[in-house]
Design a protein around this ligand. Structure first.
Ligand code: ADP
Ligand code: LRH
Length: 494
């Protein structure tokens, strides 16, 4: 039995899963789970990387104690965020968090200088305010002397790899999310960074997923005898890249939704698509493992998480099961909204902001909690439809099925709504797709599987899926027009 530890840092929770491989199939067991939500310290929203590292070490020891000899470890996390390391090897400040609203000002400044067209053509990446390029430019605008001290930029999984091994690299799949990699050459875009006055010497060597980085550093090796020979592997370190690798399908084109804090809606393509239509719809060509994820970020279950947090703070019961029961009983289509309204990225109050959007778009705000949750889930499903139609237009493919993976694939109501809105059968699972994708690349790096496809066969043998068939097609079709109208009204008010 081979024990492979996946450290999977989702945008809301981090988990340590052990994949046990018997030469045919995998079983996945959770050994640690902790929050990865941002903390406010100083003027910025930050990630508490020290807390994450400590929990990771604790999880490693716990895994080694429970399962025996650990052969490998791989880390994946949410994209774009990074730490800066000084020339003595120490982290300068806590990594800033992508939800900080100030990144938007930096994006505006870069777009004014470079233009959206050139940015998209050069990088093939969706223009989002928190992309690493804009975060770096924000530092340049506010605290340029930070760059006098910075020797290396490490994205979060690369940073944790460094803390575990002492080695510094930039793993490919996550590096592409920085908007600093030239899509044609697959290398850092030094000239554009120089044009913006940003340092280029801080960019590490790019490493491909499926390669071995190193062994654990002596101190971490010494934590438990079962960790002595563990290799640290470059998995697809962007959590979405790992999740998509584990979608249990690889035949003709399909739509996937990696559903968690975010919904990443897209398809897999062999070559990046940077046509005027791809630019118009603001799609992303994120680097995959020998392919690209042509996708769009949709705000996802963050909206529900924030409602949940707020309602719980008010003393009401708001676990996910209660919320979904209330939503199921609520009247259908109480309101619709564009889940990607920038106002929803990090509002002081999600409930109030949704009420305000309803009023401003001429709709009656939800009368009770069930309506609130139902309207959000229906709106997410409509947004999936929009992205599916755009993707079909750009790629010329017709998608006959939708795969939903990630924690959100447990949301049966949303899965049914997604089937109704897209008119496609929806196949859900695996829930822990990122961790499975992470383990898949460890199998490849250790030579246990010859290719990612072979590793995917292992996943196919190891996970269960569920099927949702579209219902009430006419009603959903009719309501989709109302959704489109509201989306236009929201856009007009920005
Ligand atoms: P991330 O990786 O972004 O941290 P996950 O993939 O863990 O997110 O998904 C978290 C989301 O999954 C939660 O916000 C919640 O909406 C949903 N979820 C988790 N457990 C359940 C469940 N039992 N039923 C329905 N939805 C669930
Ligand atoms: C999902 C994710 C997504 C990014 C966002 C910042 O966890 O990695 O792919 O765009 O976080």
């Amino acid at each position: 039995m081979l024990n492979l530890v996946a450290v999977d840092l989702g945008a809301s929770s981090g988990r340590m899963m052990v994949g046990q491989y018997d030469g045919r199939a995998l079983t996945l067991t959770e050994h640690e789970r902790f929050s990865t939500l941002p903390v406010t310290s100083g003027r910025w929203l930050h990630t508490n990387i020290q807390f994450i590292f400590e929990r990771m070490l604790k999880g490693l020891v716990r895994s080694a104690t429970h399962v025996g000899v650990v052969s490998a470890v791989g880390i994946d996390s949410w994209a774009v965020d990074f730490g800066l390391i000084d020339r003595f090897g120490s982290l300068i400040d806590h990594p800033r968090h992508y939800r900080d609203e100030r990144h938007a000002q930096a994006m505006k400044a870069v777009v004014e200088r470079i233009g959206i067209h050139r940015l998209f053509q050069e990088t093939g990446i969706q223009i989002l305010p928190f992309n690493t390029l804009f975060q770096l430019y924000g530092i340049q605008m506010e605290e340029p002397n930070v760059f006098d001290r910075a020797a290396t930029l490490l994205l979060l999984p690369d940073l944790l790899n460094y803390m575990l091994t002492g080695e510094m690299r930039a793993e490919w799949t996550n590096a592409t999310t920085t908007q600093m990699i030239r899509v044609q050459t697959r290398s850092w875009m030094n000239d554009l960074l120089q044009e913006l006055g940003l340092p280029t010497t801080i960019l590490p060597t790019i490493a491909q997923p499926g390669s071995v980085l190193s062994r654990l550093a002596p101190m971490q090796r010494g934590m438990h005898e079962n960790l002595c020979d563990a290799k640290v592997v470059h998995v697809a370190s962007h959590d979405t890249a790992s999740a998509v690798a584990a979608v249990p399908d690889h035949a003709d084109p399909y739509l996937y939704i990696s559903s968690g804090t975010w919904s990443l809606v897209g398809t897999v393509v062999q070559r990046p698509i940077t046509t005027p239509l791809a630019e118009h719809y603001n799609f992303s060509n994120e680097g995959g493992i020998g392919n690209y994820r042509f996708l769009k970020n949709v705000m996802g279950l963050w909206l529900i998480q924030e409602i949940q947090r707020e309602v719980q703070a008010g003393g009401q019961v708001a676990d996910i099961h209660t919320l979904l029961q209330l939503a199921e009983r609520a009247r259908p289509f109480p309101f619709v909204l564009d889940p990607d309204d920038p106002l929803l990225l990090h509002p002081a109050s999600m409930v109030r902001t949704i009420h305000e959007i309803c009023v401003q778009t001429g709709q009656r705000p939800p009368a009770e909690l069930g309506e609130l949750v139902r309207g959000v889930l229906e709106s997410l499903a409509f947004k999936y439809r929009t992205v599916l139609l755009e993707l079909q237009e750009v790629t010329g493919c017709t998608f006959s099925r939708v795969h939903i993976v990630g924690g959100g694939s447990q949301n049966q109501l949303l899965s049914q709504f997604a089937a109704n809105a897209t008119g496609c059968p929806v196949i859900t699972g695996p829930v822990e797709a990122s961790a499975l994708g992470n383990v898949m690349l460890q199998l490849v790096a250790l030579g246990e599987c010859k290719s990612v496809s072979e590793a995917r066969e292992v996943v196919l043998r190891s996970v269960a899926t569920a099927l949702y068939v579209p219902q009430s097609a006419e009603v959903w079709q009719e309501k989709y027009s109302a959704f489109q109208q509201v989306v236009r009204r929201q856009a007009a008010s920005r």
